[in-house]
Every structure is written in structure tokens, then in C-alpha cells.
Design a protein. Structure first.
Length: 126
């Protein structure tokens, strides 16, 4: 099950992956570097907002329909941002996809961190 700590770690690992991919693309593929960064930034912002909205949706007793509508609006905004990046700004679609791929790296890094990191078990009494 996803914990809030794991989701926070996933966002941190994703941002690190975005910066690493951006740095590598500056050296190896300068024409696509901005697309990699834009895709990664979009993915990180999307995941951060999704984590925030899902937390509010699951934890609050307030009307949940408002958060469901907010998530639907977020989906439309993300699709619109991707369309603007490709059609208006003429960023490379492969670069955007590589930037968005960092989300999987972030989730994998956060999961491994939670599995291999120190546990929060109660300390043993001597």
C-alpha cells in the first residue's frame, strides 16, 4: 500500500531523475533537452497535485465530489499542457515522453527506499 512517506520519497526521486535526465540530454541531445525538462516538470507537478488531491479525498469528511471534479479538471489541464508543448511550443514528443518516464523512476526509487531503508519498528528493550 502507498503511504504518504513513500509518495513524498517518490516525488523527491522523480525530481532527481528529471535533473539527471535533463543534464544527460544537454550533453547527448541538446535539441531535446528542453522537452525532457518540460515533460519531467509536468509529470512532477501532476504527481504532486495527484498526491495532494488524493490525500484530501481519502482523509477528509468534506464533500468528496468537489475533489473528484478537481481531479477531472487537473486531467484536462495536463492534457492541454501537453498539447501546448507539442503543437504550440513545438517541443519534441519523444523528449516529453522521456521526461514523463521519470515518474516511474521516482516511484521505483521511493518503493526501494521504503523496502531497503530502516524500518520504523519499536526499539528493542535490553
Amino acid at each position: 500500500m502507498m503511504s504518504p512517506r513513500m509518495l513524498d520519497l517518490a516525488i523527491r526521486y522523480q525530481v532527481a531523475a528529471v535533473l539527471a535526465f535533463f543534464g544527460a540530454s544537454l550533453l547527448l541531445w541538446p535539441d531535446g533537452a528542453m522537452a525532457v525538462f518540460a515533460g519531467g516538470a509536468l509529470g512532477a507537478a501532476n504527481f504532486w497535485f495527484l498526491r495532494y488531491a488524493a490525500g484530501k479525498l481519502l482523509l477528509n469528511d468534506k464533500p468528496k465530489m468537489a475533489y473528484v471534479i478537481l481531479l477531472a479538471i487537473k486531467f484536462a489541464v495536463v492534457l492541454g499542457a501537453m498539447a501546448v508543448m507539442v503543437l504550440v511550443l513545438r517541443l519534441n514528443a519523444l523528449g516529453i515522453a522521456l521526461g514523463l518516464f521519470t515518474l516511474f523512476i521516482g516511484i521505483g526509487g521511493g518503493t526501494l527506499h521504503m523496502i531497503l531503508g530502516p524500518s520504523k519498528a519499536a526499539p528493542q528493550q535490553p
